[in-house]
Ligand binder design. Structure first.
Ligand SMILES: C[S@@+](CC[C@H](N)C(=O)[O-])C[C@H]1O[C@@H](n2cnc3c(N)ncnc32)[C@H](O)[C@@H]1O
Length: 237
């Protein structure tokens, strides 16, 4: 990571809702208005002082995914989609680690503008960045070998609209954009491993749980962040 890039993120989660079961309250973090406003501020700060803004869940959250990809010998030209790329820092890290077929999408136009600015400044060309609502992806979004999600499913889960419907549409979009045997790597702080398995298992099998820091509180042990690798179960087989 470039030392001029400051990081605010840690494994703590400001996406987390106040409630602890899966019936957590909707939040402004589940709205496009919130993200547009937030990236408008971050874009201005980037232009003023070159700070790229928030790195959700910290740098380790990107490193552990990249380590898994390297251990699995994922080809450097595998097509990778970063769902809800935000400031695009994950794309930047992937590019710096040699991955060459990268696409980032975000439904916030300002996030896409911020990412475009950062990647240009870093001299990283040939990364495809576009405005897309993942819940309604365009026809060209298909056949990705790997889809990465860091915090976006969490944000979508906080939608003040029909949350169940949003989750269903997310899974449907994932099935559409991912290669029939592609990988989906999700990092979440709102959902436990068990909950994520329930949500994604019908069409996806768990390949690996990536180790994340554990906490102890009131005699209980848990993970503040969950990172799972799924593989799509090919419907043709
Ligand atoms: C918590 S931030 C995470 C950003 C980035 N993945 C990261 O790790 O830094 C959630 C991101 O999801 C984007 N987002 C939320 N809903 C989306 C949707 N339906 N389609 C595309 N992007 C979405 C937001 O604009 C925001 O950039």
């Amino acid at each position: 990571m470039d030392p001029s890039v400051s990081t605010h993120g840690s494994e703590d989660c400001s996406l987390q809702s106040t409630e602890t079961d899966d019936d957590f309250a909707p939040s402004k973090l589940g709205t496009k208005e919130y993200w547009d406003e937030s990236y408008k501020r971050e874009l201005q700060t980037y232009k003023d002082i070159g700070d790229v803004g928030e790195i959700w869940f910290g740098e380790e959250s990107m490193d552990r995914v990249i380590r898994w990809m390297e251990a699995e010998n994922i080809p450097k030209n595998a097509s990778i989609l970063d769902i809800g790329t935000g400031n695009g820092i994950f794309l930047m890290e992937l590019a710096k680690n040699g991955y060459s077929n990268l696409t980032g999408i975000d439904y916030s136009k300002t996030a896409v503008e911020l990412t475009t600015n950062i990647l240009k400044e870093e001299g990283l060309k040939n990364i495809n960045i576009q405005v897309e609502d993942f819940l309604n992806p365009s026809a060209e979004m298909k056949n990705f070998d790997i889809c990465i999600d860091k915090g976006t499913f969490d944000a979508i889960s906080l939608s003040p609209e029909d949350r169940e419907e949003a989750k269903k549409r997310y899974v449907g979009s994932l099935r559409t954009v991912l290669h029939p045997e592609g990988f989906f790597i999700v990092t979440s702080c709102n959902w436990t491993k068990e909950q994520l398995l329930q949500i994604f298992r019908p069409g996806f099998e768990l390949v690996k749980e990536l180790p994340t820091p554990r906490f102890q509180f009131g005699g209980m042990t848990g993970n503040s962040v969950t990172a799972l690798v799924f593989k799509q179960i090919n419907p043709q087989i």
